[in-house]
Design a protein around this ligand. Structure first.
Ligand code: ADP
Length: 224
């Protein structure tokens, strides 16, 4: 067996993917690979990829699979991911991306895919309240702001509302989630690695639910 932990966190926009992926990456001491964070960094740095991505992201559209998987593949080729594994956040988002991911991982495989389940009425409330650090991507909300004057507790960056958290872009992202990403759940269920997790409640409670499920599954895999 290839050592390390390889997890995907799936869920609708606002289900808490980013928050939980960061916490899992700390818990299992593996890199957090977030396509949204990578793309937002490219937009900020005004790279050619960033310039191409911005208009699509602002409208809530998906970027082409090949472009995304090339970016993810470059990150996955680095030594930390190769030796320790990773927590993927925001990818895969289509069945095609999932197939490409399997190739990038080979000969290793995903341990588990966590599906954070949160009712749509609740994700809409969370998205309206969501604020994010422009520098490190840490998530906050108007109900749980940073300690000092909308500057990030972690890095001191400015904490703002995301440009794609407009009503129109949110509804487009949720529509694309149902059409393109939801079929992935069946794909991973059939592969026997999907773990549905109740994503409602405090972030701490949700993290504990996930860790319990991952450890349980890993013990079973190691015992088999
Ligand atoms: P959310 O899950 O809230 O929609 P993300 O931060 O994961 O946000 O992604 C923001 C945007 O970046 C997406 O709306 C899309 O335009 C682009 N993006 C991120 N990941 C992918 C991906 N795997 N495939 C295609 N586009 C992506």
């Amino acid at each position: 067996m290839v050592p390390g932990v390889r997890l995907v966190v799936l869920g609708k926009q606002g289900a808490g993917k980013g928050t939980q992926a960061v916490r899992l990456s700390h818990h299992y001491v593996v890199p957090h690979v977030s396509t949204g964070d990578m793309l937002r960094a490219a937009v900020k740095a005004q790279t050619p990829l960033g310039r191409r991505a911005k208009a699509l992201m602002d409208r809530g559209e998906l970027l082409p699979d090949e472009l995304i998987m090339e970016m993810v593949g470059e990150r996955m080729a680095e030594r930390d991911v190769q030796t320790r594994g990773l927590v993927l956040d925001g990818v895969p988002r289509t069945v095609n991306q999932a197939k490409m991911l399997d190739e990038l991982l080979s000969p290793a495989r995903l341990d588990l895919v966590i599906d954070l389940e949160v009712p749509t009425s609740q994700v809409l409330r969370r998205l309206a309240a969501r604020r994010v650090c422009v520098d490190c991507g840490t998530n906050y909300s108007v109900f749980a702001p940073p300690l000092v004057n909308w500057t990030c507790d972690i890095c001191g960056g400015e904490v703002v509302q995301r440009e794609d958290d407009t009503e129109a872009a949110i509804s487009r992202r949720l529509e694309l989630y149902e059409r393109q990403t939801a079929p992935l759940l069946d794909w991973y269920r059939e592969a026997g690695i999907l773990v549905p997790i109740n994503g409602t409640g405090s972030p701490d409670v949700v993290t504990q639910r996930i860790i319990r499920a991952v450890d349980h599954r890993k013990r079973r895999q190691e015992g088999s």
